[in-house]
Design a protein. Structure first.
Length: 415
């Protein structure tokens, strides 16, 4: 059978708008709120004035009790981590002086402390923080991003050398880091471009001059938690001046009451402002094909002929083993009788050493007796003892046959 033709090529549908069927991209700084960070803490001395984040003319007052830190380069991400707040603590593992805020005055691990990002640590790895306080050492650190504890304070803005043909603006005093800013020209929004010193500048296609609309400059701000708010400014400051907006803040949900009507479409998880889903098409039925014919039936081959097995070989008893009888033991002549030169009986005879021998009754054994009349040194000190038999033969005694006790008899073991 021929295989069915391939389905016609179709272009994939365009991705849905932000908030339709997926979470909008909120920048790398949003990831810091999802997981605890682990790295190393180092020190770079006292923080003096905003660092790389260029927070001017001064840091917000609510940061006074917080430790200012330089953020590692991956999380700083072109200044999107500026103004981030967090809570940090050490595991106590590392080297160097045990100083605050990681340790208390007794050298024990301190309680978690609040941090505020106002600088960049270019050489720090992901998870690392460089503390803007005096200290020394390198310690294991864990930390997590938190909403900034600024109470009910509102967004503020700082301009640098701005005017109707040029604008460089910084959003300050935010509860969550800012990921996008747009400017309203009366007809449409113009995206601003972020630079690495935490400012926003006008992007391509920005109108010039930048005139207020109905006496107001309206801006749209998006935070890394997804909140979208609109704020209004009365003027573009020409110097480094911080000015308040109309009183909005990110972190409390979307607030677009100051946005021009119909100019903002909010992401919606409920499906509002999302295109209808594509129709569900029934898949085409598979082609009907006839099953292949069954294989031809063949007779099995005949079984092989039956043959009788060959008869077993005759059983024969093995001949008994022939063994030669053991040879008779060798004939040995009995030992000659011992000479009785030293064993003749008779009356005992005293020797010059104070010993004499006597023959035991009914045996050929002789005994050595120590004379009670003669005193002799300890026999163990003697080097040689001899005795004279009745036949006049003087025989040496083996040392083990010596007597060691006065007036005692010891069996003579040999001559």
């Amino acid at each position: 059978t021929n295989p069915p033709p391939p389905p016609p090529a179709t272009n994939p549908p365009p991705p849905p708008p932000s908030g339709c069927g997926g979470k909008p991209s909120l920048g790398k700084s949003a990831e810091l709120f999802n997981h605890e960070q682990k790295g190393e803490a180092t020190y770079y001395g006292g923080a003096g004035g905003g660092g790389k984040c260029s927070i001017r003319p001064s840091l917000p007052k609510w940061t006074d009790s917080m430790i200012k830190v330089a953020l590692n380069a991956p999380s700083y991400n072109d200044s999107s981590g500026c103004g981030l707040c967090g809570e940090a603590w050490t595991t106590g593992t590392g080297s160097g002086a045990k100083s605050a805020p990681l340790f208390d005055s007794s050298g024990k691990v301190a309680k978690p402390f609040k941090i505020y990002v106002d600088n960049l640590c270019p050489e720090c790895k992901m998870g690392d923080l460089d503390l803007g306080v005096s200290g020394d050492g390198r310690w294991e650190l864990e930390w997590k991003a938190i909403p900034c504890p600024l109470g009910n304070q509102k967004l503020t803005y700082e301009f640098q050398g701005s005017h109707a043909w040029y604008i460089k603006m910084q959003v300050q005093n935010h509860m969550y880091p800012i990921v996008a800013v747009a400017w309203w020209d009366g007809k449409k929004w113009h995206d601003m471009v972020r630079v690495d010193d935490n400012y926003w500048q006008k992007g391509p296609g920005f109108p010039t001059p930048i005139d207020p609309v109905d006496g107001k400059h309206t801006i749209k701000i998006k935070a890394n938690n997804g909140d979208i708010v609109c704020d209004q400014l009365t003027e573009i400051s020409k110097g480094q001046v911080r000015q308040a907006g109309a009183g909005v803040q990110v972190g409390n949900g979307h607030d677009i009451h100051l946005c021009p009507a119909g100019s903002v479409t909010l992401p919606s998880s409920s499906g509002a402002n999302c295109p209808p889903p594509p129709p569900v098409a029934n898949p085409p039925p598979p082609p009907v094909t006839n099953p292949p014919p069954p294989p031809p039936v063949t007779n099995p081959p005949p079984p092989p002929p039956v043959t009788n097995p060959p008869p077993p070989p005759p059983v024969t008893n093995p001949p008994p083993p022939v063994t030669n009888p053991p040879p008779p033991p060798p004939v040995t002549n009995p030992p000659p009788p011992p000479s009785d030169t030293c064993t003749q009986g008779g009356a005992p005879k005293c020797t010059d050493d104070g010993f004499w021998i006597s023959k035991g009754k009914g045996s050929n054994k002789y005994y050595v007796e120590v004379s009670p009349e003669k005193h002799m040194k300890e026999p163990s000190l003697a080097t040689e003892i001899k005795m004279q038999l009745p036949n006049g033969k003087v025989c040496p005694m083996k040392k083990e046959a010596w007597g060691y006790t006065y007036n005692s008899k010891e069996e003579l073991k040999g001559f």
